[in-house]
Design a protein around this ligand. Structure first.
Ligand SMILES: [Fe+2]
Ligand SMILES: [Fe+2]
Length: 408
């Protein structure tokens, strides 16, 4: 490896170690590997026990041919077993790299073979491949970097020995950065899993299903996307909207679960769930909790100032509160509850339209109505099954053996 290559590896190492988001990191690894080797395409598999998960892919020719939208569909994640039969699997099992000048001429005596199904499906012509194991600090293969068609003057040629060397050093840097990003992701997931479960606990007391908060999260994110918010802001409302009713944990059962209408006094107590929620979530420097506090406090305010608890109106209501208010009411109307069947779509729409500018932000109502197809897809994907009601309401029917079985 010459001085230039060494410098390149150092630069790549620095670039990779600064990226903590797993999918952005994988994309960066691929684009750097393409830069260094002139590869037309590449993909990354991550190894999880006896399986390999196809996690990221780039392909210049296919991107030009199909465009970014279709490309997302083409490179959808999938899982394959780790066996020597596939080239990626071979490198995982043996820890050896493969540098193949022409995939069509792999000898039949080799353990692995090339599967032409992808090429056939998308009209691509894979010629050369460089498949390199990504090895972590403990010497374990944790992933595979697979590069396709090293291009020279617009034609695929074989990968060079110098590519093998530089990509091998590069891939160990990548493995370490991936391990760090995965740890980061695990922490983030644990954090969000806790948020969802806590929110579920609050909704469960009110006989809501877990899917209610999932739908509200998705509707809220969709509305924020349509408002043109940044991906980070959309993600933040996705994770903060589940906690809108967390304050119901502090409302007495006699009121929360009372069949029939509430007295004015009981109603006043019930309305306190907004304030209790904000108190539970107050003084946090964690953005998602800070945002949840605003959502919890303001999701029952109405656009004309007749909501609660502060009776603020219009633009004075934080936008995230206005978004979740609409998502929550839409879901309450359009889904089944223990005490009522779902309302027909036309009826839901006419109620929402009636509330335009009085209950709801008129801009948001328009956005919701313009995106009913996407809304229906979310409703469908997270629809409540009878078993969801059983989980909360018929605890006796749950098989304790299955519930208590340790997952390994
Ligand atoms: Fe609420
Ligand atoms: Fe709700």
């Amino acid at each position: 490896m010459n001085e230039k290559d060494f410098q390149e590896i150092l630069d790549i190492g620095i670039a990779l170690s600064s990226e903590h988001d797993l999918s952005k990191l994988l994309d960066k690894i691929l684009s750097k590997a393409q830069e260094v080797t002139g590869a037309d395409g590449g993909s990354i598999y991550l190894v999880k026990k006896d399986k390999m998960i196809f996690k990221a892919s780039r392909n210049k020719t296919l991107l030009e041919k199909f465009g970014p939208e279709k490309m997302k569909e083409i490179v959808k994640t999938f899982v394959i077993p780790v066996t020597k039969k596939s080239m990626a699997g071979y490198t995982v099992v043996t820890g050896k790299l493969l540098n193949i000048s022409d995939v069509k001429n792999i000898p039949s005596s080799a353990d692995y073979s090339y599967d032409p199904a992808f090429d056939k499906k998308y009209g691509y012509d894979t010629v050369s491949m460089l498949v390199i194991p990504m090895i972590n600090r403990d010497g374990e293969v944790t992933g595979v970097l697979q590069l396709i068609n090293s291009m020279e003057n617009g034609h695929p040629v074989a990968f060079k020995t110098s590519h093998e060397k530089i990509i091998s050093s590069f891939s160990s840097q990548a493995a370490i950065s991936i391990a760090n990003a995965e740890l980061n992701e695990d922490l983030k997931n644990a954090h969000f899993d806790t948020i969802f479960r806590l929110s579920e606990a609050a909704e469960c007391r009110d006989k809501e299903t877990a899917n209610h908060i999932k739908r509200v999260s998705h509707y809220s994110r969709l509305l924020s996307e349509k408002l043109g918010w940044s991906p980070e802001a959309c993600e933040l409302i996705f994770w903060s909207s589940p906690m809108h009713d967390i304050g119901k944990l502090g409302i007495p059962d006699a009121i929360l679960q009372k069949p029939g209408p509430l007295t004015p006094e009981e109603r006043a107590v019930m309305e306190q769930h907004t304030v209790i929620g904000a108190l539970v979530l107050k003084d946090s420097s964690i953005p998602v909790i800070a945002k949840s506090r605003i959502v919890a406090l303001t999701h029952h305010e109405k656009y004309d100032g007749t909501g609660y608890p502060q009776k603020i109106k219009g633009e004075d209501i934080p936008l995230e509160g206005r978004i979740v208010a609409l998502a929550d009411v839409y879901d309450a109307l359009s889904s089944k509850r223990v005490y009522k069947p779902p309302m027909p779509e036309e009826k839901v729409i006419s109620i929402l339209k009636e509330g335009k500018g009085t209950h709801f932000d008129p801009v948001l109502i328009e956005l919701l109505l313009e995106n009913m197809k996407k809304i229906a897809e979310i409703r469908e994907e997270f629809s409540d099954k009878e078993s969801d009601y059983d989980n909360f309401l018929n605890i006796k029917t749950i098989d304790l053996k299955t519930l208590l079985k340790q997952e390994r």
